[in-house]
Design a protein around this ligand. Structure first.
Ligand SMILES: C[S@@+](CC[C@H](N)C(=O)[O-])C[C@H]1O[C@@H](n2cnc3c(N)ncnc32)[C@H](O)[C@@H]1O
Length: 417
């Protein structure tokens, strides 16, 4: 079998991250304070994060969707304004997105190979990996995945097509990505009935007109068909209700198809390049547990606020010890507490704030959250605390409030009540 080699190709035992459980997030107070989270959102380099997860999760993740940088040699910024005109990029308000810049292809393949090998180890025997790339590197990745999974374990090469403006005049417009799906074992999960879609109206018409169409095979037209391996979903730039401003965000409908097909309720769905959090948000909505990570604070924050907005079940927010949460000086923020109401007063443009009504000084238990509405309207400056009776009787209770501005600056304030 042919294989791909390059001078620096190697698989080292990666250094495991020291994971710190920073917060337990109870979206809208769900399950506060007693529910123990099974889903995890982790800040850190996924090589070290996956290595740290191995002792607990090796052979246990049912589905991994991986949408890494594509080897585009570009730098992607995130948009943090609201309702901005897509056609006027010079008016956008931007912040840190993520870099996709590499000294050469070898360095990119080193990056990918190590991580794909760890994903393979984390997958359950019935698990599937979906690796999302485009023309820049997908052919190299295909050979690497053949090596790691076995050539015969290619489930599909899926083509995702879309529309959008393009400046290209010297070639055909590049408007598709490639998703390589590999299963680990032959008893892999594939729920064909969960992803059926209606037949094309012209197919229905053809069968109505002539029962001979289909060369003697009459499909169950009511049940619908299993989708082909080429998919059309509009890009998120066209989906106003989904758009977070995070670069290269993927459509929820596409993740929904992948998750429904290749996992069952209660399964673990992972995304170690989670970006804006599309995979964990859809996984949570479909009753799956998730493990998601990203290397940037902006991605992890965007994922957290999206999970909260979609009223996901309780999840933990963790970080590699070498990725601190940089809290700034909070002199510009005033907080007042009146019975069960917390009010904040600040000139800072807030994106998100949350509160722990009984701060133990260790793990932040986020019992209530407020966030800036995506398109228009203001973030609420007050929040109700639901303090459980057993916490209320404690004397000398402390309240902790955490805030994130639109530009991603973080603050933490502690009050004695
Ligand atoms: C293509 S984007 C993912 C977009 C995501 N699928 C979504 O729908 O928003 C790739 C992501 O990989 C992250 N990333 C790059 N290198 C990483 C690493 N070593 N560990 C963890 N995340 C990384 C980037 O920060 C970026 O958010």
């Amino acid at each position: 079998m042919p294989s791909l080699t390059w001078p620096s190709k190697h698989l080292l035992a990666p250094q495991a991250a020291a994971l710190i459980k920073d917060s337990i997030i109870h979206p809208d107070g769900r399950g506060y304070p007693g529910t123990v989270p099974e889903s995890r959102l982790i800040l850190g380099d996924n090589l070290a994060v996956m290595a740290a997860l191995l002792p607990e999760y090796e052979g246990r993740l049912n589905l991994i969707y991986a949408d890494p940088p594509f080897f585009t040699n570009r730098k992607f910024s995130a948009r943090i304004g609201r309702g901005e005109d897509s056609r006027r990029p010079n008016e956008w308000i931007l912040t840190e997105g993520y870099p996709d810049a590499w000294p050469n292809l070898d360095a990119y393949l080193d990056f990918l190979y190590q991580r794909l090998a760890l994903m393979y180890r984390l997958l359950a025997p019935n698990g599937t990996l979906y690796l999302h790339l485009d023309w820049h590197a997908n052919s190299y990745a295909r050979i690497l995945l053949d090596e790691i999974f076995g050539q015969q374990n290619l489930l599909n090469e899926i083509i995702w097509t879309y529309h959008g403006p393009s400046p290209i005049r010297s070639a055909f417009n590049r408007k598709h990505d490639t998703i390589l799906a590999y299963f680990k074992g032959s008893n892999y999960t594939f729920n064909a009935d969960a992803v059926r879609e209606p037949y094309n109206p012209s197919t229905l018409m053809t069968f109505k007109a002539s029962p001979k169409a289909g060369f003697g095979k009459i499909p169950n037209l009511e049940r619908g068909k299993v989708p082909e391996d080429w998919w059309y979903f509009p890009v998120v730039a066209r989906l106003h209700n989904e758009r977070t401003g995070y670069p290269t965000q993927k459509p929820e409908s596409m993740l929904q198809r992948i998750i429904l097909a290749s996992s069952n309720p209660g399964d673990f769905v992972a995304d170690f390049f989670c970006g804006s959090g599309t995979t964990p948000v859809v996984a949570a909505r479909l009753g799956r547990k998730f493990i998601a990570s990203d290397i940037t604070l902006h991605a992890v924050h965007t994922t957290r606020r999206r999970l909260v907005a979609s009223q996901a079940e309780v999840f933990s927010l963790e970080r590699d010890a070498s990725f601190p949460f940089p809290f700034s000086d909070s002199a510009k923020i005033k907080i007042a507490v009146e019975k069960d109401l917390v009010r904040i007063d600040t000139p800072l443009p807030l994106d998100y704030w949350e509160l722990d009504p009984a701060w133990d000084g260790k793990i932040f238990k986020s019992a209530a959250q407020a966030q800036r509405p995506v398109r228009s309207g203001e973030i609420s400056g007050e929040m109700k605390m639901r303090v459980p009776a057993r916490v209320q009787v404690k004397t000398g209770r402390r309240i902790c409030v955490r805030l994130v501005t639109v530009a991603g600056e973080m603050f933490q304030l502690v009050l004695n009540v």
